[in-house]
Write a protein that binds this ligand. Structure first.
Ligand SMILES: [Mn+2]
Length: 241
């Protein structure tokens, strides 16, 4: 497979989402529709990864697999967008971020300071190169199937190691594993990863934001309660236009 250097019409750009509950989630469905509309506007492929994968590994790790399969299918660029996230700046393209970041194959941001993680796995962008495919592969290989058990009745996944090894977003989770592999130690992959400001794609601010217009909004944690307000806000905004 060749590396991607410049965008041309033959390229395919994917926006990939997943939620173990599927697409019919009343409070999130409006966000899925906006993301799908964003893809239609730019000729991107919108993918909602099949929930059947949740039987094989925990939902936190499904995103790594989902992005890997988009790359394997030949996507030139992939945007991973959490199910509680939405593309807010509909004019901006995924590929434009890489045009400004020569030699970078993965674009990430940290959490907003209140959460404090150096990497937020909620939303990130990947350019399809041998380096990014190697990063995804290494990330996936950090998944420890022995750490996780699925309750056959509820379908819920639980990390079974003793505390603190199972701490939320720690090394057993995809977010902590990425930090461990690529941010906390010197590694050749690190030079391919660009870290942008959290307000670019892992923040929830959509009114009077300090850092300009976010590309993607992430209604993480308690900010899920802001989603109805956001939907009203975007509907009013499109009426004005
Ligand atoms: Mn999220």
């Amino acid at each position: 497979m060749n590396d991607v250097n410049d965008v041309n019409d033959a390229m395919t750009i994917y926006l990939v989402q997943y939620d173990s509950r599927g697409r019919d989630i009343p409070e999130l469905a409006p966000l899925f529709r906006i993301n799908q509309g964003y893809c239609e506007r730019h000729g991107y492929t919108y993918t909602f990864y099949p929930t059947s994968h949740d039987r094989d590994y925990p939902p936190y790790w499904v995103k790594v697999k989902a992005v890997m399969s988009a790359l394997e299918e030949g996507a030139a660029y992939v945007a991973w967008v959490d199910s509680d996230a939405v593309v807010h700046d509909l004019e901006r393209t995924i590929e434009s971020f890489f045009a400004k970041a020569k030699g970078k194959d993965v674009i990430i941001t940290p959490d907003p300071p209140v959460y404090g993680s150096p990497f937020c796995a909620g939303n990130f962008l990947v350019r399809n190169t041998s380096a990014s495919r190697a990063i995804m592969k290494k990330w996936w290989e950090a998944y420890d199937s022995g750490a996780w058990a699925r309750d056959p009745n509820s379908g819920e996944w639980e990390c079974v190691y003793q505390s603190p090894r199972c701490d939320w977003a720690g090394p057993q989770y995809e977010q902590g594993a990425f930090i461990n592999l690529f941010l906390e130690r010197k590694c050749p992959e690190r030079s391919k990863i660009l870290i942008k400001h959290y307000s670019l794609m892992n923040w929830w601010c959509f009114k009077a934001c300090r850092y300009g217009k976010p590309f993607i909004l992430h209604f993480m944690g308690d900010h899920k309660q802001d989603i109805p307000d956001y939907i009203t806000h975007t509907q009013n905004r499109s009426k004005i236009k």
